[in-house]
Design a protein around this ligand. Structure first.
Ligand code: SF4
Length: 329
């Protein structure tokens, strides 16, 4: 009797994954998360955190399970000696002032690169300059930076059109600072316009965009033009993640998607692709990149290559009270 021909094994389609490097956590995010974890270890739960410590639901939920309580404003924190941590995005002056009035025990997890922008703005103000902040209205970092100085001291410019229209009080006495997580290219265009209109404007060498934002965007610029689609692992309220998606689109990627978890992937959009880029915003943990890679590996035969735009070795020590108690152990 003749045997039926063997059924060919179902083959997964091949998919080349280009993994952007660097991606994911930056030094400011690591410091902020470790600040909450360390405070929980030293002082016990609850530890209050003003605003999401970093813009990532997975991270926030993990810390909540360990005993962190997230609030938006200080009035939600009861009087007492439980620590209150300020998020990596920074806070307006009025926040530590209110905390001091109420005798709250505060720990500042503001990223040192955001604090640096606060100090720059203060120096310009002391020198009598009108300050322009290039950034996005409503982002907590922008609220915190504008809140370093009296109302009216800083004007916000969000776009090139805004730079075109801006009317200073005295164009010979101007300065600019920027949000740390902006698009490098958009910001360069805005700065160029301001410098063309106001040649004497004072400011940083180029902008205040941080090393992590710059490097993640650079890696995406290399990968985006040579893939069929690119996933940014990150949250919709994460400024640097949103910028990575925009950078990918502008660099020619036909489909860029911001994805928080594997369950959010719209598989219809990723049907017939042969090359996929993956990166992660500065607040997205690597475990979520792995989860998304595993989801693709279940549907495709993956081959993975890393595309590196920079090496990073930046480290920020924990806020002083947390460091001191570490040293005392
Ligand atoms: S993205 Fe940049 S500014 Fe923001 S926390 Fe990270 S290193 Fe600091």
């Amino acid at each position: 009797m003749t045997q039926p021909p063997e059924k060919p094994a179902l083959q997964k389609p091949s998919l080349k994954v280009l993994l952007c490097s660097p991606r994911g956590f930056c030094a400011g995010v690591v410091r902020a998360i470790e600040s909450v974890e360390r405070a929980l270890e030293i002082y016990g739960a609850p530890v209050y955190v003003r605003h999401e410590i970093v813009h990532n639901r997975y991270v926030v939920e993990g810390l909540r399970k360990k005993g962190a309580i997230f609030v938006e404003e200080l009035h939600e924190v009861p009087d007492g000696d439980a620590p209150v941590i300020f998020s990596a995005h920074g806070v307006s002056r009025s926040v530590p002032e209110e905390a001091a009035r109420r005798n709250l025990f505060t720990l500042d997890a503001t990223c040192p690169l955001v604090t640096k922008v606060h100090r720059e703005a203060e120096i310009h103000f002391r020198r009598g300059r009108e300050i322009v902040l290039i950034g996005h209205a409503g982002h907590p970092e922008v609220v915190g930076t504008m809140g370093q100085l009296p109302a009216g001291a800083i004007s916000l410019i969000e776009t090139l059109a805004g730079a075109e229209k801006f009317v200073p009080r005295d164009e010979n006495n101007l300065a600019y600072v920027t949000q740390t997580t902006l698009s490098v290219n958009d910001t360069a265009a805005i700065v160029e316009r301001l410098k063309a209109r106001f040649p004497g404007i004072a400011g940083p060498h180029k902008d205040d965009i941080c090393y992590a934002t710059t490097n993640r965007q650079e890696a995406v610029k290399r990968v985006a033009p040579i893939v069929d689609a690119l996933i940014v692992v990150g949250a919709p309220n994460s400024s640097n993640s949103q910028r990575l998606k925009e950078v990918a689109e502008r660099a020619g990627c036909p489909h860029a998607a911001l994805v928080q978890r594997a369950a959010d992937i719209d598989w219809v959009q990723f049907g017939a692709i042969a090359r996929l880029g993956i990166t992660a915003g500065a607040s997205a943990p690597e475990v979520l990149v792995e989860e998304i890679m595993d989801a693709f590996a279940a549907r495709y035969a993956l081959s993975v290559e890393t595309v590196s735009a920079a090496e990073e070795g930046v480290f920020f020590p924990l806020p002083r009270p947390l460091r001191e108690s570490q040293a005392a152990e």
